[in-house]
Design a protein around this ligand. Structure first.
Ligand SMILES: Cc1ncc(COP(=O)(O)O)c(C=O)c1O
Length: 446
């Protein structure tokens, strides 16, 4: 018999209603985690969100990163609403707002000679890969263990892998054709020799490298000096395209993206998340000779389509987000608070004698519980996952929200304040202590 949650007609909680109507009660994998059962969010403003019981949480998850300005930024929401009142979706030709946004992106991001808009980051990386295969006529794609590039088949593998799966194909979904898995080669991040070996094992067959310049999907693996430039050189040597997936790093780490920080120019790059402060948008841009192969241009032989691409109101939200980052000290503020969080957590864990590597970049931070160094994904296998998740659950019960999932990073927004970051740090130390004390008591009992 099927499991029935709550008798029909009985007074079901919102969480129970969610579970009846949706598998798992949520709309994306990783939104439902142990400890979050029954959490129903009814409001989000600035640095906090509110659940249906009226509890406020200072939010360091920020929806996996989009709200660089904070939840429901009035300038962005105003631009969205004003535009939505003027024009919804026409689905033919182009709107004035799309032109303005495309021009802005091209003017701001050095590698983007031309750009196309999507509604998500996955669509942007999907089209990058299809285009790379089309222009090179080659089959293989190189990705790195620990990177995530969206839900589509070519890249849905080898993100947070169990130890025994590292070094093997590790799909994160059933239903992917073996041929597709076979066509993606997985290399070790920060390891140019491994990447070269993949090229040499498949001469003239690698279409592209796709890489998160900082693999934030496993916290923050920082690229070692020369690694990203080394990938550029390998692509040039072997005739492949270099694709930067800047869905997280774009805008959050700098208006021009991490390419400007690293001084490395990709052939193509993807944007999403922080681009419109939470409104659904993505972008793929790069060399004009490549981009002009898309079917948005008459005669273009690489299909590019999507009913909602370039939606005027979300494009207006993106323009307002970019304008605010340019106008106000957004990046200074979030970088300053990010540094406060990293330094504070590092000192706090040292004080209580817990081995930790606190890392991140700009507004992103995470604390691994392990002895360093951290160079590549295999180092993260040493992380004390129970402590990582456990302290976050403990902090949640004190109104501070970091996603309680192993290796997930935290984000600071323009709406966060120094005093909140101080509280985060103090509570994190107390939470870690509480988890370790509980563990010691459990061990003493057994
Ligand atoms: C680096 C990176 N690329 C691509 C994606 C996919 O973006 P979206 O969820 O908007 O499809 C994500 C999502 O988390 C991501 O982190």
């Amino acid at each position: 018999m099927d499991t029935v949650i709550g008798a029909p007609g009985a007074h079901a909680t919102s969480g129970e209603r969610a579970l009846r109507a949706m598998p798992g009660g949520v709309n994306s994998g990783q939104r439902q985690l142990p400890g979050l059962e029954g959490l129903v969010v009814v409001g989000a403003k600035g640095a906090t969100f509110t659940d249906e019981r009226g509890r406020d949480y200072v939010d360091y998850h920020m929806a996996f990163g989009p709200q660089l300005l904070g939840h429901a930024d009035p300038d962005v929401d105003g631009a969205f609403t004003d535009t939505a009142r003027r024009i919804d979706l026409v689905g033919v030709a182009v709107t004035d707002v799309e032109i303005e946004l495309a021009e802005k992106l091209v003017a701001t991001i050095p590698s983007m000679e031309q750009v196309l808009l999507t509604t998500s980051g996955s669509e942007a990386t999907f089209h990058a890969i299809r285009l790379a295969r089309a222009v090179t006529g080659r089959r293989y794609l190189i990705k790195f263990q620990g990177c995530f590039h969206g839900w589509h088949d070519a890249v849905a593998m080898n993100v947070i892998s169990r130890p025994e799966r590292v070094g093997h194909k590790d799909p994160i979904s059933m239903g992917i054709l073996p041929e597709v898995l076979d066509a993606t080669l997985v290399c070790r991040f920060n390891d140019l020799d491994d990447t070269r070996a993949a090229f040499e094992a498949h001469p003239d067959q690698v279409a592209a490298i796709i890489v998160e310049p900082i693999p934030h999907n496993v916290g923050a693996l920082l690229p070692q000096p020369g690694f990203l430039a080394g990938l550029r050189a390998l692509c040039d040597e072997f005739g492949a395209l270099l694709v930067f997936d800047e869905v997280i790093t774009g805008f959050r780490h700098g208006l021009a993206g991490f390419e400007a920080v690293a001084g490395v120019r990709p052939d193509l790059s993807a944007r999403g998340k922080a681009m419109a402060n939470g409104y659904p948008i993505g972008a793929l841009g790069g060399r004009a000779d490549l981009m002009s192969r898309f079917s948005s241009r008459p005669g273009g032989d690489v299909l590019f389509a999507g009913t909602y691409n370039g939606h005027a109101a979300t494009a207006a939200a993106a323009l307002a987000t970019i304008a605010k980052i340019e106008r106000e000290p957004v990046l200074d503020h979030v970088f300053h608070l990010g540094e406060q969080a990293r330094r504070g957590l590092s000192d706090a864990f040292e004080r209580i004698g817990v081995p930790a590597v606190v890392t991140g970049y700009g507004s992103v931070f995470c604390a691994y519980f392990l002895d360093g160094p951290v160079v590549s994904y295999d180092d993260l296998l040493r992380n004390d996952a129970d402590l990582y998740v456990g302290y976050r659950l403990e902090s949640m019960s004190h109104g501070i929200f970091e996603l309680p999932m192993n290796l997930k990073r935290s984000h600071i927004s323009y709406a966060h304040e120094e005093s909140q970051v101080s509280q985060l740090v103090e509570q994190a130390a107390r939470s870690v202590r509480a988890v370790l004390d509980r563990r010691a008591r459990d061990e003493a009992r057994h």
